[in-house]
Design a protein around this ligand. Structure first.
Ligand code: CLF
Ligand code: SF4
Length: 447
């Protein structure tokens, strides 16, 4: 098998490492790792680790045994769940025994599940052998800088080998350990994703350099995430008024890096106890109180059958996409953004009023490219606050030329039209619907 094909196989069912997979496969996190060994200025330790989670969220802490039970329960109930990640609520490698015990238990009982780990990198070089031995094939390091002077603005202290280091000294230790860990992952042939939190005025311009360095060191994927900062989160950045980037600023930095390597644009900054497809959150269905009452019905054969079905569906989807794209070259046409309401499966298949986010696609020539997602307030809330949520929706998609939805009511449709945004109702492959809209759009431009 060619190297590329092998690589594709390794990521094909990982919703974070493969954009294609994220339409079909789900992941779950288990929150078993409470302690952390560094301080990030965007983190309040009352909440989950903000390196791989949304700020301001508190997960229920589990023991390794409870976590393994939860993985088996969910693996039975959601057979398209293919990855279990440990991403908090602190740093997994500041809690190595709990983290590895959890992975051991899951690997023993559910060998078809991929194991995934996310860390700040400080202790990573010490655990590469253990990670390899446990067949953990996906490791994320959060790398916000490759210059300790910038690091000192992000990390007030680092606790390393029983000593606390502050300022540039602390940031240098973290940087050196992250680089060592990255290299060691490459040498061990473990796929590495790098997360970077974009902090305007601190590391926004520097991220292109971070991207260059991590690419040279063999990182597989780069995920630049926006700083989410609010005073009520009680973080240093939140309290000092440090803002996060706008979607436009984020896209610009991602675009500046994308010539160099594959950029992740479908991250949802999910919780340390997230469950489901990346755009959905089913964690409440599996709270500790609930899942401990559920008996695992984990059936590898049934899971394999479901995966086969998904793969077959993906093939059909690909044929439909290729057909839609074939021979549709529209010369010198401008690129436009469209907002898509989808429940997954690569289809336009969600009602405007039910969407909690829109996936954003850029369409131009015969290319349809996923470029990100925008969270919105759900429009249909039983008649309450529709005005307010519509305003929020408009803000989120003001730069889009159309919304592609399975259905939409007359009232929001008219409002969108007034704002110059077309609505397209369809239940079909996203790329196909986007191109059909685009052809019409270009035709109208010409008139
Ligand atoms: Fe979890 Fe992270 Fe593994 Fe994914 S999440 S540990 S790589 S299984 Fe994914 Fe969530 Fe973004 Fe993370 S959407 S925050 S990138
Ligand atoms: Fe918080 Fe995570 Fe940073 Fe630790 S590594 S301080 S838990 S954001």
């Amino acid at each position: 098998m060619e190297r590329d094909e092998k690589l594709q196989e390794r990521i094909a069912k990982h919703p974070c490492y493969s954009e294609d997979a994220h339409h079909h496969y789900a992941r779950m996190h288990v929150a078993v790792a409470p302690a952390c060994n560094i301080q990030c200025n965007y983190c309040n330790r009352k909440y989950d680790c903000a390196n791989e989670s949304r700020p301001g969220v508190v997960s229920e802490l589990l023991t390794p045994e409870e976590a393994a039970h939860k993985a088996l329960v969910i693996g039975g109930k959601i057979p398209q769940m293919t990855v279990v990640g440990i991403a908090g609520p602190g740093d997994p490698l500041a809690n190595p025994e709990k983290t590895f015990r959890t992975f051991e238990l899951i690997a023993a009982q559910a060998p078809d599940i991929k194991l995934c780990l996310s860390t700040n990198g400080l202790m990573l070089p010490d655990y590469i052998d253990r990670i390899k031995q446990l067949n953990i094939d996906h490791v994320t390091i959060t790398i916000n800088m490759v210059d300790p002077e910038i690091g000192a603005l992000i990390y007030p202290w680092v606790h390393y080998r029983r000593k606390r280091y502050t300022g540039i000294e602390g940031a240098r230790i973290l940087h050196e350990r992250q680089m060592e860990g990255l290299q060691a992952l490459k040498d061990a042939d473990i796929l590495c994703k790098v997360n970077s939190v974009m902090i305007p005025g601190i590391n926004d311009h520097h991220l292109v350099e971070v991207n260059r360095v991590i690419r040279e060191k063999g990182a597989f994927l780069h995920n630049i995430m926006p700083l989410i900062s609010a005073p009520e989160h009680g973080t240093h950045f939140g309290l000092t008024g440090q803002r996060g980037p706008t979607p436009k600023e984020l896209k610009e930095v991602q675009d500046n890096c994308s010539g160099n390597m594959k950029m992740m644009r479908h991250c949802r900054q999910c919780r340390a106890d997230a469950v489901g497809l990346l755009g959905e959150d089913r964690s409440q269905e599996f709270s500790k109180e609930k899942f401990l009452e559920m008996a695992p019905e984990y059936d590898m054969e049934q899971r394999a059958t479901v995966h086969e079905g998904i793969e077959k569906f993906k093939e059909e989807l690909k044929v439909a996409k290729d057909k839609a794209l074939a021979g549709k070259k529209i010369a010198n046409s401008p690129k436009v953004l469209v907002a898509v309401a989808t429940k997954g499966g690569g289809l336009v298949n969600q009602h405007f009023g039910h969407a909690k986010e829109f996936q954003i696609y850029e369409v131009g020539g015969n290319e349809v490219r996923f470029v990100g997602h925008r969270k919105i307030d759900q429009y249909c809330q039983g008649g309450y606050s529709e005005e307010a949520s519509f305003e929020h929706i408009m803000k989120a998609i003001a730069d889009c030329k159309a919304v592609l939805v399975s259905k939409i009511g007359n009232c929001p449709q008219e409002k969108l039209q007034e704002a110059g945004i077309k609505t397209v109702e369809a239940y079909d492959v996203i790329e196909k619907v986007a191109l059909e809209f685009y052809e019409q759009y270009v035709k109208e431009l010409g008139n």
